[in-house]
Design a protein around this ligand. Structure first.
Ligand code: PEP
Length: 246
């Protein structure tokens, strides 16, 4: 089974119009290679302008509402993301699970809505420092994935899972390659249990302080099919070398 790597940036709540130059620089570099898929998940306010400025680059949202429309002030539907030019979205990022108290059931509903609308999904799971220290990380994250998974998408490549240990996000700490391999093997088994052969097509990304200096080592871990990158995706200077390592 050969899965094409996906290297996705998550700009979080960063970026205004003056950052579009970074988007186009990343798009240009991504367009010069054909080995990996590259995406940038941007603030909702930038999606339409980024999609217009960099038509060859996959642009994503960072969240989506589970409903098609209605009285949900401040929220964005899958149709709105598509309308703005996005082709994918993150769901279940740990910052939303923490800050917006999103549950596994919420994440599952968001993933289902996005997939039904035709968006690709990067569904995030990961353990806290406390859970890692307790020794229960694999069981905890496997259960989190199981409870967050939507029904099988019609195109299984539209669903990717990002394993992001919470203690590694934005901290400079990176999970060991042994721990990443153990977790990804468990998540792959969980996808196979849920979806059978279709689960083999789904990409498993690692996220948590990925940068140019550690990307190649992480990509060499079995069952790592790419990365979700936060801080190091904000500039072409930091992100393009990670793409090159993919
Ligand atoms: C993230 O935001 O998903 C992330 C992994 O952030 P960072 O790369 O900055 O740790």
């Amino acid at each position: 089974m050969t899965r094409r790597r996906l290297i996705a940036g998550n700009w979080k709540m960063n970026g205004t119009a003056d950052a579009l130059g970074e988007v186009t620089a990343i798009a240009n570099a991504a367009g010069e290679q054909d080995r990996v898929d590259v995406a940038l998940c941007l603030p909702a306010t930038l999606i339409a302008r980024a999609a217009a400025a960099a038509p060859g680059l996959a642009i994503g949202g960072q969240d989506v509402h589970a409903s098609e429309s209605g009285a949900h002030t401040g929220c964005t539907s899958a149709a709105m993301l598509l309308d703005a030019g996005a082709t994918l979205t993150i769901v279940g990022h740990s910052e939303r699970r923490q800050d917006q108290h999103e549950t596994n059931a919420d994440v599952r509903a968001k993933a289902a809505a996005a997939l039904a609308a035709g968006l690709g999904v990067i569904l995030c799971v990961g353990e806290s420092d406390e859970v890692r220290t307790s020794g229960d990380a694999v069981a905890h994250v496997s259960a989190q994935l199981y409870a967050s998974l939507p029904e099988a998408p019609s195109d299984s490549t539209h669903l990717s899972i990002a394993y992001e240990p919470i203690w590694a996000i934005g901290t400079g700490k990176v999970a060991s390659t042994t721990d990443i391999a153990e977790m990804h093997a468990a998540l792959r088994a969980r996808l196979f249990a849920a979806f059978g052969e279709a689960g083999q097509d789904m990409r498993l990304l690692y996220g948590g302080s990925v940068k140019a200096s550690n990307a190649a080592e992480i990509f060499a871990v079995p069952d790592v099919d790419g990365a979700l990158v936060g801080g190091a995706s904000l500039t072409a200077a930091d992100f393009v070398p990670i793409v090159a390592a993919g």
